[in-house]
Write a new protein. Sequence first.
Lengths: 601, 379
Amino acid sequence: MNKMDTLRNFCIIAHIDHGKSTLADRLLENTKTISDREKKDQLLDDMDLERERGITIKSHAIQMLHDQDGVEYTFNLIDTPGHVDFSYEVSRAIAACEGALLIVDAAQGIQAQTISNLYLALEHDLEIIPVLNKIDLPSAQPEEVTDQIIDLIGCKKEDIILASAKEGKGVADILSAIVHRIPAPEGHAEAPLQAMVFDSIFNPYRGIEVLFRVFNGHIKQGQKVRFMNTGHTYEAEELGVLKLKQDKQEAVYAGNVGYLTSGIKEAKEVKVGDTITAVENPADKAIGGFEDVKPMVFAGIFPVDTDEYEELRNAIEKLQLNDASLTFEPESSAALGFGFRCGFLGMLHMEIIQERLEREFKMSVITTVPNVSYHAYLKSDPEKLVLVTNPTEFPEPSELDHIKEPYIRAQIITKADFVGPVMNLCIEKRGDLKNQVYLTSERVELTFDMPLAEIVFDFYDRLKSLSRGYASFDYTPMDYRETDMVKVDVLINGDQVDALSALIHRSNAYDIGKKICSKLKELIPRQQFMIALQAAIGAKVIARETLSALRKDVTAKCYGGDISRKRKLLEKQKAGKKKMRQVGNVEIPQKAFLAVLQLND
Amino acid sequence: MSGLYFHIPFCRQACTYCDFHFSTRRQQQPAMVAAIRQELQQRAPTGPTGQMKSIYLGGGTPSLLSLSQLESLLQAAQANFSVDPAAEITLEANPDDLSLPYLKQLRQLGVNRLSIGLQSFDDSHLQLMNRAHNARQSRQCLEWIRAAGFDNFTVDLIYGMPRQSPKHWEGQLAALAPFKPPHFSAYALTVEPRTVLAHQVARGTLPAPEEETVAAHFDYLQQWAAAQGYEHYELSNLALPGCRAVHNSAYWQGQPYLGLGPGAHSFDGKQRYANVASNPRYLKAIQEGQPTGTSEWLRPEDHLNEYLMTRLRLDEGFAWADLTERFGSRWAQFVRREAQKHLKAGRFQEAAGRLFIPAAWRFHSDGLAAELFALQPTA
Ligand SMILES: Nc1nc2c(ncn2[C@@H]2O[C@H](COP(=O)(O)OP(=O)(O)O)[C@@H](O)[C@H]2O)c(=O)[nH]1
Ligand code: SF4
Ligand SMILES: [Mg+2]
């Protein structure tokens, strides 16, 4: 039984805010997948944080039925995460599709994320349906943006669908184009099972739900299946397709998208990109493109209150249950005590975890300066890779043969007026200009190869401010390249504070050392004694500042009306102090541990 | 034991550093005196019971009031409360308002203590502050006060003026010495927001007082006062033995007081009450029989924190037994725990069952008191 001819698998790719979620909602309504009663704006974003930030952090999938000229088609819409931190998941979601709707905001035109996602889609040979959205806006420039799209993907003008997701215009055209332009999946329902995992979802009652796309064969309820890359075998306890709610099925066939549960407890057991096959009559090879996603950014997370270490462990463990890309291991810091070295996919991922710890678990934490992971090679064995994810693991310079750092390819689209400042910033950030294209006379696309580490350190904010918001930015991870890093330590009253150490490119070390000291001087409140702040590379001090002792900490008058007012002020002061961390006898506010990130504020 | 405070919200001119409530438009002065009397009558029935141990006319500048206006206020106090015959009755006065006859008449009204807004013996500083008097008047009034028979009085001085050297401050204290006031207050100049001074500092026309220098002035003050036989009993207040301020001490001892007039504060032991700090709004409220202010209930933690904050400004600090009696042993233990680290470092000291801040750390009294505060979980 092969229904593949009437199946369509597609995703929507767009720059943030161009209307992906809104259009998805219109498709669901038009195909009556959701009734009015179930309508809730932007159905696909269901984590609170996602709603607040307006971006999709995790991808999901949903099936709809569409009647086109009397034939019923089954559409699987696979939603892609909207942030580069999750680019591997994006690539797997794209790999599960045959086509993509490329949405471009008619007022904003093509932006960086449009391009980077488009490249991913083209890499996977997806049929692209360009959609010019928000044509209802008075500020829409349909002709100009149409030209940009034609230029970018080489389509014909008639191929571009004019739409207003908000008003429901063009939705019928889009549905029809999905039927007519996106190819039906290919594959053999009777061949050995090959299904690709493109996502997994944590369900507190049922464990991990695995989302997959069947390429060949079919998967049956009760079947014994093997995940080819991890080697784990499970029984497919329940499976089905993804309607608004899960729709239980006996089997899911080649070409289709489905879910499966089998009592898997932790997200990290399931790897996105893995291939599911049958234990009996297995496929002889896995679907290509599998990668074990590695965290890109590392930081220490410590409880503000040292007594809360176990609670923090609990909280992080719980988060990991539904977020396989979060890694952690215990870390102990002389300055901060016991905590965890956590690995994140990127800065947004790090912020999300931090926020979830605070919101969902009410934890008050100190996060240390994030760093990327370095590949160090020692003189003793220059062939062997030593992974450095923590400044404290940085090898002695004398033992170091060479070291490599991760590079990314960055796409920046900005107005012609800001090309100069943007280039300066990228060059300061050790970027290497690869390409410069005028999309129109006004808009320029710049391509840079840049160290990922430089994006971690205040790149976004500076880009935003120097382009007055007129720059969009996206990147894809590239490779590791040789570099010259040094470990810059911070000494407070002569004692090295391990939690403040940072790995910095030698060319910036002096400058950044100086800025760290003056930033700390600004962030650490004066105390009852003098505090010496120093930055050092090894034994060599490269910068110093002195925070003078507080000599007066009292108000002159305290009469009738002053008492309540003063008390409230002092209560605030004490509450603030309680959030500080005592290192030696110096009290250091939480935000000082991230001083390196705010050097240019 | 309780005190009565009158706030007289008028001044001749605005001193640059001042953030008290006052107005230089004085047409309303008679109406204001009448309104304050009315407030007194309204609040007396629910006001403090027991004897009044002190009456304090502050401001603003109460010495701007005519003798009959002052008399009417004092009479109202006597008529509505039982005033201890030995009560301390203080009038705040500026040197430019004083004359020998006026001073003598004040005594006849029953005023038995003066608080002189002298601030400085240096004309350039007085001008900088936009005070209405000069250095000659500073000296003159002190002679007259004695001549009029006031042997209980206090003098306000300000130190830590912009660019003021330690030597200059020493000179100010030396100028005060011959008058041997039984009591004086020495205030570090504070740049309060929304004052002329704050504006000058922000614009850069005047340097902000330098902390290091101000602290040196305070150190000298401590030494000098000890050598002259003064007890430095409160952070900014010094007295010869037996001459401490009765009224102001009530603020630091958590005793109840009733404050009348715009901007005045009251405390009945449980709640604080603040009158609106606006002459027109105050007058209107009195006229319409509306409440003149707003009140705030203190939670147990608030009481404790205020206790710590005010007591630790005093040289004698507080007695553990007293703290325990007022707040219970759990709070006392909490405070002791919080104090431990600073006790070790010598920032607190203990003697005869009392906790206090030693001279070397007194200029940190607020910060140190706050270290002992109990916080609401939500604070
Ligand atoms: N005027 C107009 N606004 C739209 C249209 N489509 C989406 N929007 C608005 O654009 C914003 C971003 O849309 P959203 O779907 O969240 O974008 P996403 O970030 O790509 O998912 C929201 O405020 C939408 O209401 C459209 O066709 N016309
Ligand atoms: S006289 Fe006193 S109350 Fe009036 S402005 Fe000067 S300092 Fe302030
Ligand atoms: Mg969205």
